[in-house]
Design a protein around this ligand. Sequence first.
Ligand code: SAM
Length: 222
Amino acid sequence: MKYKYNGGIMDERMEVFLETFSEELPEYLNEIALKAQMEHVPVIRRLTGGVLVFFLKAFAVKNVLEIGTAVGYSALYMAEGKKDIVIDTIEKVPKRAAQARKNFEKYDKRECINLIEGDALKILKELSDNQKKYDFIFVDASKGQYKVFAEYALTLLNRGGIMVTDNVMQEGEVLESRYAVVRRNRTIHTRMREYLYDITHSDDWNTIILPVGDGIAVSVKI
Ligand code: SAM
């Protein structure tokens, strides 16, 4: 069975067509994505994974920070796509972190993927206090916190480093009027629009927003 996602912003036929040009993945990654889908754990779409690996290779990335591990799918995807990288990945939900840890062990990636359990805000502060630096940061955690994650990313990235932020189009909802969005999603809708404005009008970042997967913002630290 092949995993399939609903709610993408791209026409489904186009997405399936483009996926046929993607690199072959080890079968276990498809199995993890399928299991995640059945358990309602959101993971990156196939084309998003392809874009991440493209950047890792094109910019000769050596180390990665991921915010939002879930069960480890995207970290494993990146580690399979580029063999010589080291990934620190942060997850705050214990059950998900435990599953990710199991997956990293099972697929022999303990050497290159370091799971950091806890709330990203606390961990990002610790990492920046310790003057840790990364070539590439993948932001895929709570959307309401993107602004503060980007502030930390600026400190944690090397100059010329790249930050990719996922789900910036909120399954297409971001382009709707605030009043067309159900009340419970309005705060996040406003925050995402503000985030997109800030990141595209900043002297610190050079950003392009791409309609890949659920929308990604690719930002290079100037
Ligand atoms: N990147 C994963 C993948 O594609 O396989 C999917 C990540 S999922 C979209 C988002 C994850 O971020 C969830 O598992 C959630 O528990 C975690 N998360 C959200 N806010 C967080 C925070 N402040 N600190 C750490 N983890 C967080």
